[in-house]
Write a protein that binds this ligand. Structure first.
Ligand SMILES: Cc1cc2nc3c(=O)[nH]c(=O)nc-3n(C[C@H](O)[C@H](O)[C@H](O)COP(=O)(O)OP(=O)(O)OC[C@H]3O[C@@H](n4cnc5c(N)ncnc54)[C@H](O)[C@@H]3O)c2cc1C
Length: 430
């Protein structure tokens, strides 16, 4: 039986594994295995909510093992470190416990078809101090570090004595991640007052920093950037554009031109790149960002049976542009790759090519506002705000849940998560 291995169960990989598991694994037509370095899946676009405690991963995470058993694929925990193309094997690092004791030695797993879907990490652009001093939002563990750090800072404001000093947070990079994080933090501070913390937003300085001339520079409609900037300023977030960071130190951030701002906490969300281990992995072609270069079929340029999807790949489009690193792109290419593998198994070639369909970009400023554009693939798209935008924003996550759980269970899961939001405290405080 042919072996299909998918490495990385994020926004793209888990959908690919689910599709292949249901269509091939369940029917005994192929052996499908998903590998991930962690045990459970959290949808990455919600990481800023994990960081502020608005989302409780104890409730919202999906166990890979349980999901695999219900959907016809197998799950193995492990970290990809290399691909042995001669032996047709992936190489996984040893698994260690918290104290560094080896739980499982390094392993190798055979594959006939391989899909690499390991996502991305933050790009520090080699700027001095960023790696050492900044917090990142690349995975659940890092989001939890931010949450813990914020709660520890707020602890002082839970005492009876009213403290006067401000907490200064700087967020570098005003794409969707940084922008949503800024608003979510303000909302969290609002909520904390209700839980006995003697803090309000006047004691909390959030500065959002962007090198481009406007925030959300990748969103095609400038009106959206302006609407979001207005809303952020209304809730008290200071927005700095045309501002390039040259160094981050323990005291704060220095910008080009020598301007300096003090910051207690610096969150870095200024762009992405592939992890270092991807550079020329298995002799495959990678670009300057360590992304695996693929053809529009999802196949890597040097091996027809090795595919890459999502943030870890560079996929060209007919107009010469590259597919952007977005959840919707990872999901769409993941579906196409699953279908292409099924075609190849049936001996049907050529395989299909991928055309990125930009369904739009929505920015959710926590409870304050939601704004964005829809149907961008129709040319420019339609700008939406308020309830319609909020509903559509939520429906993206709901679609993801329906895909993972199927329509019936998916609906139940959406209902359950909505109920949890009503009956639980609005923030995870422990
Ligand atoms: C706060 C935030 C908000 C965002 N909002 C949006 C949005 O509104 N819309 C949108 O389209 N996009 C959004 N994005 C971007 C989107 O999350 C990513 O583009 C998308 O998750 C990429 O999917 P992926 O499958 O490539 O990688 P990921 O979803 O990151 O998944 C990668 C998986 O690989 C695993 N992995 C990593 N390394 C290894 C290894 N060595 N071995 C095994 N497993 C490994 C990880 O554990 C993870 O499960 C947002 C991102 C962030 C951080």
């Amino acid at each position: 039986m042919k072996k299909i291995v998918i490495v990385g169960g994020g926004a793209g990989g888990i959908g690919t594994a689910t599709r292949l598991g249901r269509k091939l694994g369940r029917k005994g037509k192929a052996h499908v295995t998903l590998i991930d370095c962690v045990e459970s899946h959290v949808w990455k676009p919600l990481l800023h909510e994990v960081a502020t405690g608005a989302l409780d991963v104890g409730i919202d995470a999906l166990s890979y093992r349980g999901h695999a058993a219900a959907n016809g694929y197998h799950f193995q925990q492990g970290s990809l470190v290399d691909i042995d193309r001669e032996q047709r094997q992936v190489v996984l690092a040893p698994i260690l416990d918290d104290k560094g004791t080896e739980l499982l030695p390094a392993r190798r797993l055979d594959f006939d078809y391989l899909v690499v879907a390991v996502g991305s990490i933050s790009n520090d652009f080699g700027i001095p101090g960023v790696k050492r001093r900044c917090l990142f939002l690349d995975n659940t563990e890092q989001a939890m570090v931010i949450r813990k750090l914020l709660l520890n800072r707020f602890l002082r404001y839970a005492s009876h004595e009213q403290l006067e000093e401000k907490i200064k947070v700087a967020i570098v990079g005003a794409g969707a991640t940084g922008t949503e994080m800024a608003a979510e933090m303000h909302h969290a501070v609002d909520q904390l007052r209700g839980y006995g913390y003697k803090i309000d937003t006047s004691l909390f300085d959030v500065t959002l920093i962007e090198a481009d001339k406007r925030i959300l520079p990748k969103v095609s409609q400038e009106a959206i950037s302006q609407a979001v900037a207005r809303e952020l300023e209304k809730i008290g977030v200071q927005v700095l554009t045309n501002t390039r960071v040259v160094e981050v130190t323990d005291k704060g951030i220095t910008f080009q031109g020598g301007y300096f701002i003090a910051a207690d906490i610096v969150i870095w969300s200024a762009g992405i790149r592939g992890a270092d281990f991807l550079k020329n992995i298995g002799g495959l072609e990678t670009n300057h960002l360590n992304q695996l270069v693929v053809r529009p079929t999802g196949q890597t340029t040097r091996d027809d049976t090795i595919f890459a999807i999502g943030d870890c790949c560079a996929c060209p489009q007919a107009d010469g542009s590259w597919v952007p690193p977005r959840g919707q792109a990872a999901r769409q290419l993941g579906h196409l790759v699953a279908d292409n593998i099924m075609r190849m198994l049936r001996g049907l070639t050529p395989v299909r090519t991928y055309i990125y369909k930009d369904l739009g970009s929505l920015v959710n400023l926590s409870k304050f506002h939601t704004v964005g554009n829809l149907f961008s693939f129709l040319g420019g798209g339609v700008m939406v705000e308020g309830r319609i935008a909020r509903f559509t924003y939520l429906s993206l996550y709901h679609r993801h849940l329906m895909e993972l759980y199927g329509p019936g269970r998916g609906m139940l899961m959406i209902l359950l998560k909505s109920l949890h939001r009503v009956i639980r405290p609005h923030l995870k405080l422990h």
